[in-house]
Structures are given as structure tokens and as C-alpha cells.
Design a protein around this ligand. Structure first.
Ligand code: GCU
Length: 596
């Protein structure tokens, strides 16, 4: 009995030795790191035997300790090393056909070698895990993270051994009413370790994050802030931007923080026509961090949207984060390049990365290509507005989205919601989020995709209490698709707010290769005519600053069930899941030529 009690005490101590989830590490890919991408073993655990089994029977161990039989009579009912392998990052739905519809728990395990060095710390960084991740290193619980589209990291230095180590992640993508997003959403619930996993090597005192942005009212001033990982005063931090002949050294305050301004001249402003990025180097005693940063201003003046002080029309398109060829979650620069090729062909200067933050490679590739970005958290449809945990979850995802991309010149809009039904609780929830976004970043614009609530025959009026909390009034409308009006061009719109307007969604479905009359649903001609009618209608909306039609490419959705036409795909794409451009693609392309 004594032995069992001792085992239990050791296990309890081990499990309680959490590493805490740290504030997000900025600019992670440019830091010293070991990639843990590649082959991971995985075990599908429908009843979470490897988790709750341990919690129910204290003497049996959870899968997370990766137990092996020590004696012939030992009973261990799992073995990662004999389990199937999956290439990470990926979603399990498209990697294992048994898991196409699966919503539940899958355990992942990766072994790796690590060499401990005095004065170095090891941070375990996940680009995203959908939806809930419980992370273990060498059998010890590191932490739990919820939210499927934003990065998170832990300091695991004290859990690592010199030599062989292993990380195990329990991933659970079950939908829950209190989650963000909630139980229903019109995209595939791709589960898994869907973005990069890195072991980042940092010194004891390191640069946690930083921000450089052009002052909105003084273009000869760059505002600079930097935060160390600890409240260490007196640390010398040097910022150099060689091409601008800037090299200045500052000293951290008692909070380990620097807040300063840099005088600048002869700056080339970042813009879609000239996506100029400057090499920036940040140096601390034991760390040098480089980044490529663009400088621009974005603001509104009445109904005008101004980039670098000049009115701009956002020729956009909405996108989900799916590979170009229908192969599941997109990730990496190659996927981004292929998707952005279509965006460029359309003549776009803007993308709405819906309905959740896309991976960092997409944002950086869009920045290099001069494509502006609307970035959004998945506060989508019928969220649990009165649940405090839900509110904290949404705020956490918003914070991570902003902290990850706050140095990306092309990101101009933070969106806090999509199509949320009007209520006092919803307004309270969203106004807090809008306030949080402004507190985190007062250099970008706030918006959300609202819904048109009142329409009578051919007149539409947008009315939303949230208008006072956003900088841009955006709304989705489906005239010609959900509202069965064939002559949208006659429609008039009233948006009674002195702010720029974005139509953040319009469109209709078509199955590529299906042809017929313009009133025949699902034909390319139907979609083509809908785009003709809608673009004519948009030309009449006063203060229209841009649009992001729904959507670039057909995407998987469990809500699209029409056999032979949808087959679990939402067919509103201008490009099919097989990469074929539909006739409406060319209508939008032509209209955008008139918007240059
Ligand atoms: C909604 C929603 C999208 C959805 C689209 C559709 O507006 O924002 O996520 O896919 O309409 O119905 O196709």
C-alpha cells in the first residue's frame, strides 16, 4: 500500500509542476528554434480513456506518461510507438479517412533530442491547435489552451532533459456552446495540431514582444515599444534600421519595458503598390532579433478610408483557411502563395481572412505582396454572450491575434465578430471586446460584420447599436441568394453613420461546370448574373470603401448537404475546390478594374 501512496504522491507532484502559459512570444519564426513539425504518432481516444481513465483510477496512468511495460505481467493498454503517424502540422480530417467527420480527442506524441545549455531557456510554441490542447512534456502536464486559431507558448526549460525527450498533446475538437466559435458555424471543424510546433531557444532575459509603427499624425516619427520577459530594469536595447540610418539604444524601465519614439526621414511608405519592408534589428545583451517591417498610416475621415492620407477603395475577397486543392487546413508560405495568386488575378488589394486568424505565413506573404488584411476572431453567430469564460476566451484570442501580427503593415482592420444576432447581452459582450482591441492597438481600425435587419421591397437600412464602437461599418447581405430578388441593381441602401462602409459579404453558389439560364440555381450563369446585379447595386452605396465578396474558393462545410451539388462544400467560391475559375470570377475581375 505504501508504494502505491508514494507513486500517487509523486504523480500528483509531477502533474502539478505546470509550466505557465506565457504571454505570446512575438516574431517566433525569426528566433533560434528547433522545428517539431514532422511525423507524430497519434491515438484516437473516443472515450478519453487515456485521460479520464487516469483521473478515475489514480493508480492507472494517463496516456501522457507514455508508459511501457517493465515486467511481462505489466498491463499497459496503449503504445504510441506502435501507433499510426501523422505529418504535423495538419488536420486529422483529411489525413485519416476514418476521422473525416470525427469530433473528439486524439492524442499526439513526438520524441525529440534537446541539449540543455546554462543561461538558455526553451519555450514550446504552437501556431494553433483546434480546439483544446492539453500539453505534456516528459509525462508532466504543462498546461491547457483553448481556442483553435491563435498561437500559445510555455516555458518548458525545467521539464526538459539533456538528450531524449517527448511531448504529448491531447487534442479535443468537440464543439461546445460556451466555446468561441460556438456549436454551429459554416466551415469544417478541422481538428488537430494544425500549425507549426517549435522549440524556441531564448536567453534568460529575452525580448517577449515589441511594436514599431508610424505615428498617425507625424510621419517623421516611428513609435516604438518593447517588453522583456521579465521586469528587468536597466537592460540596453538597440533598435537599428540601417536603410533609414536609424540606430538608437534605450534602457528598459522597472517593468522591463521600453517606450520611445524614433525620428525618421526619407521613409518609403508601405502600400499595395509599393509594399516596402525595412530590415529591423533589435539587440539585447544576449539576443539579436530581426524582422521585416513596413510603415504606413490607416485612418478614416467621415466616410473616407485613408491609407497614407489618400482615399483607398478596398478591392477585396473573403477567404477561409483551406489549401488550394481541397486538402484541408492551409498552412505555410506555399499554400499562401497559391491562394494569393487567385487573389491577385482578381485584381484585389485586400483580403478578409475569415472567420478566425489565419496562420502567420499567410499574413506575412500577403504583406510581401502588398495585400491589405482584415483579421477576425471567431465570435460567430450565437455565442454564449453571458458566459464570463466565453468572454475571457474571446478576449484571449483577440489578444493573441493582435500580439502576433501587430507589426504587420498590411493588417489594417481587427474584426471582433461576424453576423451576431442583436441583443443587449451581445452589445455588452462586443463593446467590451471593441474596447479591448482599442486598448491593445490604437493604430488600426476596428470593425465587425453586421447583419442587415430591415428591408422593405427595394430599400435596405442598416441599424446596429454597435455602430458607435467600430471605425468602419461593415455588413453582410445576400440579395439574389438568401433574399430571392432577381434585380438587386434596383436596391437602395441607407447606412446612417458617418463612417466608411464595407460590404463584408455578398455572393451566391454555383457548381463549377454546371450551366443553364440565369435563373437556374447552382449554375455558373446564376452566380455570374448575381455578381453583375450586386456590383451594380454596390456602386450606389454612399461611402462604400470596399467589399470582400463571399468567397474566393469553395470550402468544406457540414451544413451544405445537397447531394451532387454541395457534397459538404459551400459552393459560393469564385474558384472551385478543384481550382476551376467560375464565370463570376471574371465579373468581379472586370468590376475591380473600374475601382482602381
Ligand atoms: C454567412 C456567414 C458565412 C457563411 C455564408 C453563407 O454570412 O458569414 O460564414 O459561409 O453566410 O451562408 O455561405
Amino acid at each position: 500500500m505504501k508504494k502505491q501512496i508514494l507513486t500517487l504522491m509523486l504523480l500528483a507532484a509531477a502533474v502539478s509542476l505546470h509550466a505557465d502559459e506565457l504571454p505570446l512570444l512575438g516574431n517566433v519564426f525569426n528566433r533560434q528554434h528547433t522545428s517539431l513539425n514532422g511525423e507524430w504518432n497519434y491515438i484516437v481516444d473516443v472515450q478519453e480513456t487515456g485521460y479520464y481513465g487516469y483521473r478515475l483510477d489514480k493508480l492507472r496512468n494517463g496516456f501522457f506518461i507514455n508508459a511501457k511495460p517493465q515486467r511481462p505481467e505489466d498491463l499497459v493498454e496503449y503504445d504510441f510507438d506502435k501507433a499510426d503517424k501523422m505529418t504535423i502540422p495538419s488536420d486529422w480530417n483529411t489525413r485519416d479517412e476514418r476521422l473525416f467527420f470525427y469530433e473528439g480527442t486524439v492524442w499526439f506524441k513526438r520524441s525529440f533530442t534537446h541539449h540543455k545549455q546554462p543561461g538558455h531557456r526553451a519555450l514550446l510554441y504552437f501556431g494553433a491547435v483546434n480546439y483544446e490542447a492539453v500539453v505534456y512534456v516528459n509525462g508532466r502536464e504543462v498546461g491547457t489552451h483553448v481556442g483553435g486559431f491563435t498561437p500559445f507558448n510555455y516555458d518548458v526549460t525545467n521539464l526538459l532533459r539533456d538528450g531524449e525527450n517527448f511531448v504529448i498533446v491531447k487534442v479535443d475538437n468537440k464543439r461546445r456552446a460556451e466555446n468561441v466559435p460556438t456549436l454551429i458555424f459554416d466551415w469544417w471543424n478541422y481538428g488537430g495540431i494544425t500549425r507549426d510546433v517549435l522549440l524556441v531557444d531564448v536567453p534568460e532575459t529575452y525580448i517577449q514582444n515589441y511594436k514599431l509603427s508610424l505615428d498617425r499624425t507625424n510621419r517623421k516619427q516611428i513609435n516604438f515599444s518593447l517588453q522583456l520577459n521579465s521586469k528587468t530594469a536597466g537592460q540596453a536595447v538597440t533598435v537599428s534600421i540601417p536603410e533609414l540610418k536609424i540606430k538608437q539604444t534605450f534602457t528598459t524601465d522597472a517593468d522591463g519595458h521600453v517606450g520611445a519614439t524614433l525620428k525618421v526621414k526619407n521613409l518609403q511608405l508601405w502600400s499595395p503598390d509599393n509594399p516596402k519592408l525595412y530590415n529591423v534589428e533589435l539587440t539585447l545583451a544576449n539576443e539579436t532579433l530581426t524582422d521585416a517591417i513596413g510603415f504606413r498610416t490607416i485612418e478614416t475621415r467621415g466616410k473616407q478610408l485613408l491609407l497614407n492620407g489618400e482615399p483607398i477603395f478596398l478591392r477585396g475577397i473573403s477567404m477561409h483557411e483551406e489549401k488550394p486543392n481541397g486538402g484541408g487546413r492551409a498552412n505555410g508560405t506555399e499554400d499562401a502563395r497559391k491562394l494569393l495568386t487567385w487573389v491577385k488575378e482578381l485584381g484585389c488589394n485586400f483580403v478578409r481572412l475569415a472567420h478566425y486568424p489565419h496562420n502567420e505565413h499567410m499574413v506575412r506573404e500577403a504583406e510581401r505582396q502588398g495585400i491589405l488584411v482584415w483579421s477576425e476572431i471567431p465570435v460567430y453567430w450565437t455565442i454564449a454572450w453571458t458566459n464570463e469564460q466565453t468572454a475571457a476566451n474571446a478576449a484571449g484570442q483577440l489578444t493573441a491575434m493582435i500580439h502576433r501580427d501587430q507589426n504587420r503593415a498590411n493588417v489594417i482592420i481587427w474584426s471582433i465578430a461576424n453576423e451576431t444576432p442583436h441583443s443587449q447581452q451581445r452589445d455588452a459582450f462586443l463593446s467590451r471586446l471593441a474596447g479591448k482591441a482599442r486598448e491593445l492597438d490604437d493604430t488600426r481600425l476596428i470593425s465587425m460584420a453586421m447583419e442587415v435587419t430591415s428591408a422593405s421591397n427595394y430599400h435596405n437600412r442598416l441599424q446596429d447599436n454597435m455602430n458607435q464602437y467600430v471605425d468602419i461599418i461593415s455588413f453582410n447581405q445576400y440579395i439574389g441568394w438568401y433574399r430571392d430578388v432577381n434585380d438587386a441593381a434596383k436596391m437602395t441602401w441607407e447606412v446612417p453613420y458617418d463612417k466608411p462602409v464595407i460590404v463584408s459579404e455578398f455572393g451566391g453558389g454555383a457548381k463549377a461546370g454546371m450551366h443553364g439560364e440565369t435563373n437556374q440555381r447552382w449554375t455558373e450563369e446564376f452566380q455570374e448574373n448575381l455578381y453583375r446585379e450586386n456590383t451594380a447595386m454596390l456602386d450606389k452605396i454612399e461611402g462604400l470603401a470596399g467589399t470582400t465578396p463571399w468567397i474566393l474558393k469553395d470550402f468544406r462545410s457540414p451544413r451544405r448537404l445537397l447531394n451532387g451539388v454541395q457534397d459538404y462544400y459551400n459552393r459560393k467560391g469564385l474558384v472551385s475546390d478543384g481550382g476551376e475559375k467560375k464565370k463570376a470570377f471574371y465579373v468581379l475581375q472586370e468590376w475591380y478594374k473600374s475601382k482602381k
